[in-house]
Design a protein around this ligand. Structure first.
Ligand code: 13P
Length: 251
């Protein structure tokens, strides 16, 4: 089956009112209206209001980079699902390796967040992937299974029609060292087959993005792979021509 491609930019902790406007105006002006892919930008929380206005009436969708698993209350510094929805946020990154590593987000917290995002009617972009040590120890597939199963133990597999998975090997993030298209395809195929052990129909539909040093010049080869349904892009999503190049490669 053909799955719609997704190109999602993760701005991480970058941007300003001025640079966000310049970046988005540049991207929106250059996106082909004929493009079949879904374009998402994930802005830092303070800019969600601004970005939500800038993408209004365009084909670009808005994502948040994080959300609390709690609905409201005494959680200083956190942002709730309802707050995100007030800014027309449609997607939420959950379990990015930077959150797992620097903010101690465990598989169990990630699973709770996925559940909360789904219940709110938004869609989680569930990030998974192994570290360099885990790859060298040939643990890549086990790590991916463990991270996915933690979520599948918390929400029914049928929900995965509304979950986007992003396979982001930690060693490829921000290093300029992308996984090869074949390395990524091998893991994506494995992830899809693993989900098929729960539900084959859902596995065919679930969109699996690759992330880790995706640039305009390596995206076409990645997107030519059968199980790579798009990209989650960090650094290159902050540069108009790079990001638009990736969107064009997605078709
Ligand atoms: P880079 O594209 O900068 O490697 O970042 C990938 C990433 O972490 C996207 O979430």
């Amino acid at each position: 089956m053909t799955r719609k491609k997704i190109v999602a930019g993760n701005w991480k902790m970058n941007g300003s009112l001025a640079s966000n406007e310049q970046l988005l105006e540049g991207i929106i002006a250059k996106i082909e209206s004929s493009s079949d892919s879904l374009v998402i930008v994930s802005s830092p929380s303070p800019y969600l209001g601004q970005v939500s206005e800038l993408v209004k009436n365009t084909t670009v969708s808005l994502a948040a980079q994080n959300v609390s698993q709690h609905s409201s209350g005494a959680y200083t510094g956190e942002v709730s699902l309802d707050m995100l929805k007030e800014f027309s946020v449609e997607y939420v990154l959950v379990g990015h390796s930077e959150r797992r590593t620097y903010y101690s987000e465990t598989d169990s917290i990630v699973a709770d967040k996925v559940k909360a995002v789904l219940e709110s009617g938004m869609k989680p972009i569930l990030c998974i992937g192994e570290t360099l040590e885990e790859r060298q120890a040939e643990q890549t597939l086990n790590v991916c299974v463990k991270q996915i199963d933690a979520v599948l133990n918390t929400v029914d597999v049928s929900n995965f029609e509304n979950v986007v998975i992003a396979y982001e090997p930690v060693w490829a993030i921000g290093t300029g060292l992308s996984a090869t298209a074949q390395q990524a395809q091998d893991v994506h195929e494995f992830i899809r087959k693993h989900i098929a052990t729960y539900n084959a129909n859902v596995a065919e539909k679930v969109q699996i993005l690759y992330g880790g040093s995706v640039k305009a010049n390596n995206s076409e080869e990645l997107f030519s792979m059968a199980d790579i349904d798009g990209a989650l892009v960090g650094g290159a999503s902050l540069i108009v021509d790079e990001f638009v190049g990736i969107i064009k490669a997605a078709g």
